[in-house]
Design a protein around this ligand. Structure first.
Ligand SMILES: Nc1nc2c(ncn2[C@@H]2O[C@H](COP(=O)(O)OP(=O)(O)OP(=O)(O)O)[C@@H](O)[C@H]2O)c(=O)[nH]1
Ligand SMILES: [Mg+2]
Length: 205
């Protein structure tokens, strides 16, 4: 699989200002500062397409990035959607309140949505907000894809036990990832192509 092109196509803080989906979409959700935007940059192998920050709460809008990719001999488009992070206590109450509906509204209302990557920090594991999100996704029939990121921050000897603990916590497979080393990239792409039916389309054409 090759990423041929990737570009920012839209950003909005309300759903009605987003363009309607024309390609399959996969959303990226997780707590504030967990590494959503870095993960998208790493998937696209672009350093700065998506803005990242060491200060939590950097992404306040829903941002859509369009990817043109090639698997075998077939080209396909996929939209990756960077959602604002949740659970950031420093924000004003009003702002925090408006986020649940924005994130949930997006997940619920986009007919092009094929799956949602739920990103957690390997060092923190799954927190109540994350569990709620996974349950919400299941309730609306959107496939959750769990990713534990920042794996490079753990010493090699602690990675396996941390992942095993995480997998026990959630009833889902968990892919380990590092936006720094690129570990997990191929596996996550496979999952994205599968939920978007791109791999199947490529295999049958
Ligand atoms: N070591 C390491 N640092 C990471 C990784 N992923 C993200 N970071 C760092 O974590 C911080 C937050 O990353 P972002 O990608 O901006 O996180 P985000 O989830 O998009 O944050 P918000 O948009 O604020 O919700 C940045 O300082 C990144 O450099 C990773 O895999 N390994
Ligand atoms: Mg971000």
């Amino acid at each position: 699989m090759d990423v041929l092109d990737a570009e920012f196509i839209a950003g909005a803080t309300s759903l009605e200002h987003l363009p309607p989906p024309i390609f399959a979409e996969v959303a990226f959700a997780g707590r504030s500062n967990v590494g959503k935007s870095s993960l998208i940059n790493s998937l696209l192998q672009r350093k700065k397409l998506v803005r990242t920050s060491s200060a939590p709460g950097c992404t306040r809008a829903i941002n859509i990035f369009r990817v043109r990719l090639r698997t075998d001999d077939t080209e396909a488009h996929l939209d990756l959607v960077d959602l604002p992070g949740y659970g950031y206590a420093q924000r004003s109450k009003a702002e925090r309140k408006s986020w649940g509906p924005l994130i949930e509204g997006f997940l619920e209302q986009r007919p092009g949505l094929r799956g949602a990557v739920v990103i957690v920090d390997i060092r923190r594991g799954v927190e109540p907000d994350d569990v709620q999100l996974v349950q919400f996704l299941e309730s609306i029939d959107v496939a959750p894809i769990l990713v534990a990121t920042k794996i490079d921050k753990l010493p090699a000897s602690k990675r396996k036990p941390a992942l095993a603990a995480l997998r026990r916590q959630v009833d889902h497979p968990v892919t380990s990832y590092s936006a720094v080393s690129g570990e997990g990239r191929d596996l996550l792409w496979k999952q994205l192509l599968r939920v978007s039916s791109i791999e199947e389309a490529a295999a049958t054409s």
